[in-house]
Ligand binder design. Structure first.
Ligand code: ADP
Ligand code: ADP
Ligand code: ZN
Length: 221
């Protein structure tokens, strides 16, 4: 059981923490949001279908995202997978359980990054990311060292997401509470839910996640 799920509303800090675990623990991040944005920018048929759905803040169909995950699982991950933004519905969670157990893997912990809605507007409206390496920044809480230049890779291709508006966020939050928040009960019932305080500073959240992983995962070789 070396795989984990990061749960939390849009802007909770899932991507930020996942990127750090990739660097520190050699885990593999599987973000369905990133996969869908890639499909959009590469102009595939699927990308065209999902673009409008994403910009409205609605969820893409289970079929599409489960298909994306299934394909990536085939590559394996010795250090464990981090599921970031997936599963988002009970059907996706059931599908993930089935796919992993078929591979002899499993979710060791589902970590809920708990925040309140008031913090999310600020998080989302200040977010920008590096188009080249995916690093996540914030105008106030995590700016780049040099304005306009990515700290990690030096790229100047810094972007804001089309759905990071107050209006789309309202819809994304509604979708979260209707369809995704029930997963908190799902993983609780399986005995695998762990909660961290997502309102703390980025480094404090990271420490709390490390503590959960040290308790839940086998030590890295
Ligand atoms: P956030 O950073 O807000 O948590 P993501 O980058 O994970 O957002 O997702 C952006 C959008 O992509 C979602 O609003 C939704 O339209 C779509 N999406 C991503 N993952 C899923 C999923 N597992 N199921 C359905 N839709 C998804
Ligand atoms: P998610 O993947 O859950 O949607 P992100 O990791 O993209 O969330 O974070 C959303 C925004 O909030 C980003 O601009 C990020 O830099 C910032 N952020 C993430 N975690 C924290 C934190 N603990 N405190 C303050 N800002 C944060
Ligand atoms: Zn970069």
């Amino acid at each position: 059981m070396t795989d984990i799920v990061l749960l939390g509303p849009p802007g909770a800090g899932k991507g930020t923490q996942a990127k750090r675990l990739v660097e520190t623990r050699g885990m593999v991040q599987l973000s369905t949001g990133d996969m869908l944005r890639e499909a959009r920018s590469s102009g595939t048929e699927m990308g065209r279908i999902v673009a409008a759905v994403m910009d409205r803040g609605d969820l893409v169909t289970d079929e599409i995202v489960i298909g994306l995950i299934e394909e990536r699982l085939r590559h394996g991950a010795a250090g464990g997978f981090i599921f970031d933004g997936f599963p988002r519905t009970l059907a996706q969670a059931d599908a993930l359980e089935a796919l992993l157990s078929r591979m002899g893997r499993g979710i060791a912990a589902a970590i809920e990054i708990r925040v309140d809605d008031a913090a999310l507007i600020q998080r989302i409206t200040g977010r920008f990311t590096c188009g080249a390496c995916g690093a996540v920044y914030h105008d106030v809480t995590r700016p780049t060292a040099r304005p306009g230049v990515c700290d990690v890779c030096g790229s100047t291709d810094l972007r804001r997401r089309a759905d990071d508006t107050e209006e789309a966020l309202r819809q994304r939050l509604l979708e979260y509470y209707k369809k995704t928040a029930p997963l908190i009960g799902y993983y609780h019932a399986l005995g695998r839910l762990r909660v961290v305080d997502g309102l703390a500073e980025i480094d404090r959240v990271a420490e709390a996640i490390d503590a959960v992983l040290d308790a839940a995962l086998p030590a890295p070789a």
